[in-house]
Design a protein around this ligand. Sequence first.
Ligand code: SF4
Length: 509
Amino acid sequence: MTQIRQQDFIDSIEDALQFISYYHPLDYVKAVEQAYEKEQSQAAKDAMAQILINSRMSAEGKRPLCQDTGIVTCFVKIGMQVSWDKTDMTVQQMVDEGTRRAYLNPDNPLRASIVADPAGARKNTKDNTPAVVHIDMVPGDKIEVMIAAKGGGSENKSKMVMLNPSDDIAEWVVKTLPTMGAGWCPPGMLGIGIGGTAEKAAVLAKESLMDPVDIQELMARGAETTEEKLRLDIFKKVNDLGIGAQGLGGLTTVVDVKIKSLPTHAASKPVAMIPNCAATRHAHFTLDGSGPSELKAPKLEDWPKVTWEVGENTRRVNLDTVTKEDILDWKVGETVLLSGKMLTGRDAAHKRIQTMLDNGEGLPEGVDLTNRFIYYVGPVDAVGDEVVGPAGPTTATRMDKFTDMMLEKTGLIGMIGKAERGPATVDSIAKHKAVYLMAVGGAAYLVSKAIKKSRVVAFEELGMEAIYEFEVEDMPVTVAVDSTGANAHQTGPAIWKAKIEELEAELSR
Ligand code: SF4
């Protein structure tokens, strides 16, 4: 019998969550580096450069990779010969305690993103608890923990299907992936769970994302099992779609495809697919009774020395003087450096603005959106001399249902976020001669360095969802939808899908 101290378990959870908030797994960093080296699409290459630079800066500054510091998901495998020194807390309570301490750590506070009463009031629990905990009793005298902090943007794109036994899984993946848009911040990984029952397939998909990135090794040695063959098949077919980093079109959409499977009912073929994003965050540790786990910090030399310079013809924009006429000649795909003041707002702020306008109350005091840009963001709290904590873009698609109202009634001329806009929103942007700009999802710490001043202007009680005024200097963005309605998330992947077909045809000649 091995005795595990409750305190060691809680301390290890806390340490692991702090660790993964700023250290990418190196296998993911190496995989993105390889993808960056071979990328031919400039927009995708630029996005990956920012992801890699952000990754190194986070490791150096010990600050979160992404402003969305995730929902804690923990797989705990407890040996049958393990006992605890105290039994006054359940495993769920211990994981929650470790989560609470990690997210409220004063040196590196993480964003609390969990809301209770999800179908109703959606009130923030303030400490990112509860975690999602999966417990397995296994043979042995140790406890193995795999812990992840999963971003909402990628979790929201999870898909599930009950296929017919004769249906082709790769076909379903390839048909489904383009419907997921870019809100999952590719390049990332796909976790696929096959078999069991509906709920078990989803758990398998999530657990598969804890495996290391090793598809290049698999390609080199060749597939031996059904799952390995399927991994290679899906990997190729998905990358051939040309979706690319951030959905801008390019050679790499996924750096690996992981699969876990279990026997299932003869009438069923449950399949779940869960993507992991540019903020891939997970750690593994084992407790054997000798004390808390000690995760080994990677060395900064392990990060690639990638630099990113904006091109000479980059457009520089003063947000304090820009007008509706100025933005008419901004072209889709163009890089723009923003300086000056912008307002922020995401789901809750938009909903409140809509209610206030519907009630005839006008905009909240201090908020004037005439000729302004709004940045969809919910930043991490600042520490030390930071102006603001990591502050990358959130998925713009969620704000689609408010966009026509915002453009019609508030004087707003542009939006900044990540991922694609829906067709009706693109039409509305064109109708109002507005623009939608895209910042790189997953490069939140890097983006925060462009923010020179920050103050809350409305809805302070909403915390990270409040409306802030940011003053930025040279914040890099890409024109994703221009005032004519040209849309980078549509044209980019279409162009790169065709180019990949051409490249493959050349190779086979
Ligand atoms: S990288 Fe994108 S999907 Fe992942 S946590 Fe950050 S914003 Fe969310």
